[in-house]
Design a binder for this molecule. Structure first.
Ligand SMILES: [Zn+2]
Length: 405
């Protein structure tokens, strides 16, 4: 984000930890080492007991071996309404690993360095969740005019796995929120759309031969490279085409090959080559149509391969799918988020979030949270105290909207 950073509070003084309602809560959540591969149950258990202490009703949904859980918690309105027209504050509990990264402090002990708080997850994305939790005493003291929900998920960082079960459970129980605020790091700017992403692995099976006899072989590496070249060329066409949305930093659909592996030795025509590709698409673009063109091109190569050896093939395996989303119309949650953020600006981002899954399940979503995506997943991940103060100002204005008094 390009907005200038002013580490100043409303009085013009630098933000101090003591100015922040959520500072201790952030440090507490960072101290749970919830790397995606590990259990998040200690954090979930702590938050569940904290929220139940304020009268929240809670539901857990687990992964298959019950090592990880999502938490959905509801603070009911004063009139008892716990289901309709509520607001969801959503955050993933998992963080990316720190293995091999040069950290200057313990990643799981949030450390103040000047006006920055360092720690794994301070930007992506425990601070938003922690600040929401820290405001619960105020929400409860003032009483709620509509339900307030917390949605804490597992396994976001490895493909938004966990939240799908949480959303299915919410729908099954007839809970119908008015909208959802996802606190991924946006510099507290309002994000109303993100790109979708589909990924595949392509496996080319050729036919081995001595490299002095190339016509008797089928070179899997070279056929894979033909496909990669096609993917690169289509990426160039998309880049130069007219289907663009300038609200994104990368305003067009992109294609990308991130891994390739093939061959055994230079004097062997390689039998196997595999690569992985992604299509990261504007919500208005159809990744399946593009993939169908790639598939057709691959099919056109197969007859010449099978003329040498009928056992050769080109196979595609779907790996993952994240839909994109775009608030085509102005939804009430966008109006609310504008008022809470105090800004009329809207942005769109190229990375995927859980927002699309909420949005696609009749829970219109926006993304707005403290910190910046540039610091996410990095060693010495940090967030400025000024960003935390902005998030707290957002939460205060949210309280003015959802509270009865
Ligand atoms: Zn995140």
């Amino acid at each position: 984000m390009n907005a200038p950073e002013h580490a100043r509070n409303l009085d013009g003084a630098a933000v101090q930890p003591g100015d922040l309602v959520g500072y201790d809560m952030i440090r507490r959540l960072i101290a749970f080492p919830t790397v995606s591969r590990d259990s998040n149950l200690a954090l979930i258990d702590w938050v569940q007991r904290y929220l139940e202490g304020f009268g929240a009703t809670t539901t857990l949904t687990f992964d298959d071996d019950r090592r990880k859980a999502n938490l959905f918690a509801t603070l009911a309105a004063n009139d008892g309404n716990a289901k309709d027209a509520g607001i969801v504050l959503s955050g993933h509990t998992d963080v990316v690993p720190v293995d091999g990264q040069p950290w200057d402090s313990d990643p799981f002990a949030a450390t103040l360095v000047g006006d920055r708080l360092h720690g794994r997850g301070v930007a992506d994305m425990k601070s938003f969740t922690a600040i929401g939790l820290a405001f619960v005493p105020e929400f409860v003291r003032r009483g709620l005019a509509r339900p307030l929900h917390f949605a804490l998920s597992y396994d976001e960082e490895i493909g938004c796995i966990g939240v799908r079960r949480l959303i299915a459970d919410v729908l099954a129980r007839g809970v119908a929120p008015a909208g959802c605020i996802i606190g991924e790091p946006t510099g507290m700017q309002l994000v109303v759309a993100n790109k979708g992403r589909k990924t595949w692995r392509c496996r080319v099976r050729g036919h081995e031969a001595h490299s002095s006899l190339t016509p008797q072989g089928v070179n899997a590496v070279q056929i894979a490279c033909q496909l990669v070249t096609w993917i690169t060329e289509r990426g160039r066409v998309l880049r130069e085409g007219h289907r663009q949305d300038p609200a994104y930093d990368v305003p067009f659909t992109t294609t990308h090959v991130g891994m390739i592996n093939g061959g055994t030795a230079l004097n062997i025509v390689p039998r196997d080559c595999a690569f992985e590709l992604e299509i990261r698409h504007l919500p208005m673009d159809d990744p399946d149509a593009l993939f169908a063109e790639l598939r057709a091109y691959a099919d056109s190569l197969v007859p010449a391969m099978q003329a040498v050896d009928p056992a050769t093939y080109i196979q595609f395996d779907a790996l993952s799918e994240m839909p994109g989303f775009d608030n085509a119309a102005r939804t009430p949650i966008i109006d609310l988020a504008h008022e809470c953020s105090g800004s009329d600006l809207e942005h769109k981002v190229s990375y995927g979030t859980e927002a699309a899954l909420f949005h696609g399940a009749s829970m219109p979503a926006v993304i707005c949270g403290p910190g910046h995506i540039e610091q996410a997943h990095q060693p010495n991940e940090w967030v400025r105290l000024e960003q935390l103060a902005r998030c707290e100002a957002f939460m205060r204005r949210l309280a003015d909207h959802v509270c009865a008094g």
